[in-house]
Design a binder for this molecule. Structure first.
Ligand code: SF4
Length: 217
């Protein structure tokens, strides 16, 4: 089935009000850290961890880099898997240190190089790497998650159900526009949490007339 990504985007945009750029965070480092901490947990738990870090005035890569790992574990405990995540944060910071903890330096590097480097950091998978690239570093790297695959396969997208195939499909069919990339992923999350859930609410869905799943095809 032919999937018109822009048409779907426009329909989602009319339906949901999201902040421009979608991902919350006061600065690039907060977004980077949040992208890692959100692995296998919900966002409310990440917010609690970030608040703990902010309350101690530690939301700086240089400060977290030198922070004792046990102290870091305590601060990020609300996000779950805190021992392993503390190690992952330290791994990420070790990598970031090569660039003197400078976002300006990171932004000057091309996306492919950065992505490969991030993926070589233990604890950073494709979804986390792309979230960091897109939302923290403003690189055109479309984020794929389980929601994206579920929603689009139901709509009728007939491609291999793996991360790379989905990402290729989005990146080949969307204009190179950072805000569209950022908002689109956010809108997919909104729609998947509210309507196209595990048990979908098709009767209330803006796509019910075109969706393959709803039409029983
Ligand atoms: S019609 Fe149903 S299955 Fe299709 S996108 Fe909407 S909620 Fe999901």
């Amino acid at each position: 089935m032919f999937i018109n990504l822009i048409e779907i985007y426009e329909t989602l945009k009319k339906e949901y009000t999201i902040p421009e750029g979608w991902w919350p965070g006061e600065n690039q480092f907060e977004i980077m850290l949040g992208a890692l901490l959100t692995q296998n947990t919900n966002w409310n738990n990440v917010v609690k961890s970030l608040e703990n870090i902010k309350n101690k005035n530690l939301l700086y890569p240089e400060k977290l880099y030198v922070l004792d790992i046990e102290e870091l574990q305590k601060l990020i405990k609300p996000s779950g898997f805190f021992k392993v995540k503390a190690k992952y944060v330290k791994n990420l910071l070790e990598w970031f240190k090569k660039y003197d903890f400078s976002f300006e330096k990171l932004e000057k590097i091309d996306k492919i190089t950065l992505r490969n480097e991030l993926l070589s950091v233990k604890g950073i998978g494709k979804e986390t790497a792309d979230s960091i690239l897109l939302y923290s570093l403003n690189k055109l790297s479309f984020v794929i998650d389980a929601y994206t695959k579920r929603m689009f396969s139901r709509l009728g997208l007939n491609i291999k159900s793996d991360y790379d195939a989905y990402q290729k499909f989005f990146e080949e069919n969307l204009p190179e526009n950072i805000m569209i990339y950022k908002n689109y992923h956010g809108l997919i999350v909104e729609h998947s949490k509210n309507i196209c859930k595990k048990k979908p609410l098709c009767e209330n869905c803006i796509f019910k007339d075109l969706c393959k799943y709803n039409k029983g095809a």
